[in-house]
Design a protein around this ligand. Sequence first.
Ligand SMILES: Cc1ncc(C[n+]2csc(CCOP(=O)(O)OP(=O)(O)O)c2C)c(N)n1
Ligand SMILES: [Mg+2]
Length: 321
Amino acid sequence: MNVNRQEALEYMRKMVLIRRFEERAEEAYGQGRIGGFLHLYIGEEAIAVGAMAAMKPDDDVVTHYRDHGYILARGVDPKVVMAELYGKTTGVSKGKGGSMHLAAVDRHIWGGYAIVAGHIPLAVGLALANQYRNLPRVVTCFFGDGATNNGTFYSALNMAAVWKLPLVAIVENNLYGMGTAVERASAVSDIFKKAASFEIPAVQTDGNDLLGVRDTVRTMVEMARAGEGPQLIEARTYRFRGHSMGDPQRYRGKDEVEAAKERDPIVLWRRSLLESRLATEDDFRKIAEEVEAEVETAVRFAESSPDPDPSELCANVLVPG
Ligand SMILES: Cc1ncc(C[n+]2csc(CCOP(=O)(O)OP(=O)(O)O)c2C)c(N)n1
Ligand SMILES: [Mg+2]
C-alpha cells in the first residue's frame, strides 16, 4: 500500500473522530440540546478524509450541508465544531450557522450550504478568483448525487469548463437524495457521465475505499492545478443514517442498510491495515480511547459555552438593499 504507518493511523483517527463526533451529536440532538437540521455523514467518512489527505492545506473547500466530516478532516478543533452545532458563541460561525453552515476561512473551508447545488457557482467563483490572482490553489466542491439534477450544476460547470478553472467537483453518490433513489430522479445513474456534457474529465471511484479516494483526488487536483481545467469525481458510497434526524426511512429496507454496512469504510480500512501489518488491535484501541476523550471534551466545551447574546442577532447579517 502506498501509505506509511503514521499516515495510515492518522487517516484511521480522523475517520473514527468523525464517526464518534456524529454519534455524540445524534445523542445530543435526541436530548434536545442541538436544534435545527442535522445531516449525518456516517458511512461516508473515507471521502472527506481521503480527499483532505490529497489536497494542500490552502486548497479551498466548498461543501454542501452534510458537512461535519470535511471540517474535522481538515483538522479544525472538534470543540468549536461541536459548539457550532449547539448554537453557542464559541462555535466556528459564532453559533449562527449551526450544523449546515460550518466554515473556517483560515483553513480554507468556505462553508457548508443548504441550498442543493447553490454552492457550486460559489466554488466556480472562488476558482475564477484563484486563477485571476495566479494563485496555485485548487477549489474542491463537494455535493450529492441529487445536486447533479439541478440546473445550477450545469450552468456552473459549463462556465468552469469554458474558463478552464482549477476546480475539482466531488460528487458523493450515496444512492439517495432525501428519500428518492438516484435512478428515480436522475436519467443517468452513473453520475460521472454527466461531465461529458462539458468535456470535463471524470472518473467513478469507490467512495468507501480510503486510499482509492485519496489517490483519485490527488490525481485530479494536480491536473486542475497544472491548468488542465475542471475535473469531476463520482465517489460511490452509502449513508448509514437517515437523510437528516427524524427520517423514518420508509424508502429503503433495513436489510439494504445492513448489507451496506459490510462495506463500512472504517471496517475496510481497519482490515487492510491489519492485513498489511501496518497497525495492530492495540493501535485501534488507543485511537478509540483518544478520540473518545477528545469528543467528550468537545461536548463539555459546547455545553458549558454561553448562548449568543440577543443583541448579536443582527450582527454580521447582510440584507441586500
Ligand atoms: C434547491 C433545493 N431544493 C430542494 C432542497 C431540499 N433538499 C435538501 S437535501 C435534498 C437532497 C439532496 O440530495 P443529495 O444531493 O444526493 O445529497 P445527500 O443529502 O444525499 O448527501 C433536498 C432535495 C434544497 N435544500 N434545496
Ligand atoms: Mg445523495
